[in-house]
Design a protein around this ligand. Structure first.
Ligand SMILES: Nc1ncnc2c1ncn2[C@@H]1O[C@H](COP(=O)(O)OP(=O)(O)O)[C@@H](O)[C@H]1O
Ligand SMILES: [Mg+2]
Length: 234
């Protein structure tokens, strides 16, 4: 397992462009009104406009913060402006990795790395040092990619929010392995763990339903740190 630094792009710049398709909705999703999803080309045009709009909006907000009268006149104000910019950038990075919101997404390894790095940065306390490592083996089927990423988002968030709560340092490992008939996502942390069965809040409920949608399973053990394993058969 190689650990990667959890650095993320500067909030002053929109996230770098990547190639590839992106379904903003999952492959099986339908339109709200019950109509079939529009065809690929039309959907791509819709997505381009959504990305264009979102990127412009975020850049506009960043510009407003940078030019807010008096905001940067004091060290405290400058710190708030920097924090806002940084977090807007992180939010865009997470949305891009999950949905391609301001740019089309790249490879699974790239998306998982960006996602894990940005989630850790978004969730950690400022004085916490948390290292996140990502490894990817095999080719994850296209139809399972969104499910893997959305689940990883919840599990990595939990690792920081619950596993690392009040700890100065910690490590998180995200592993994705696809073989002939199964894709397995494992998220491990060396944090507090838990006793008994965790009460399912929004995150674990979502992750369980992502697994169920594909006939898979989610198991989570908290005896020695936490190990969460999502198995998706194919
Ligand atoms: N990595 C983890 N380390 C420690 N506890 C965890 C971890 N993941 C989940 N839990 C426990 O499972 C509970 C439910 O998680 P979740 O459904 O994501 O809801 P929430 O994060 O909103 O509390 C958490 O409140 C926590 O007690
Ligand atoms: Mg959670």
């Amino acid at each position: 397992m190689s650990y990667v630094a959890t650095s993320t792009p500067s909030p002053r710049h929109a996230p770098a462009g990547q190639d590839g398709r992106h379904p903003f909705h999952g492959p099986a999703d339908k339109m709200d009104d019950g109509e079939e999803a529009v065809g690929g080309a039309e959907q791509e045009i819709d997505l381009r406009q959504l990305r264009h709009h979102t990127k412009n909006t975020l850049q506009r907000i960043l510009g407003l913060i940078a030019r807010a009268p008096g905001l940067c006149d004091t060290p405290q104000g400058e710190k708030i402006a920097q924090e806002l910019e940084y977090r807007i950038g992180l939010s865009a990075t997470i949305s891009d990795a999950l949905f391609g919101l301001t740019d089309a997404p790249g490879s699974m390894a790239e998306r998982l790395r960006r996602l894990a790095g940005a989630v850790v940065e978004m969730m950690r306390d400022t004085d916490q040092v948390i290292r996140a490592g990502v490894s990817v083996r095999g080719s994850c089927p296209v139809g399972l990619r969104d499910t893997v990423l959305r689940s990883a988002h919840e599990l990595v968030s939990n690792a920081v929010k619950h596993g690392m709560k009040g700890r100065h340092t910690g490590r998180i490992a995200v592993r994705l392995v696809s073989d002939e008939d199964c894709t397995t996502l494992t998220v491990l942390d060396n944090g507090w763990g838990f006793t008994g069965t965790p009460r399912s809040g929004e995150g674990l409920t979502l992750a369980h339903s992502f697994a169920a949608r594909h006939g898979g399973s989610l198991a989570i053990y908290g005896d020695d740190g936490t190990v969460a394993t999502l198995e998706l058969p194919h």
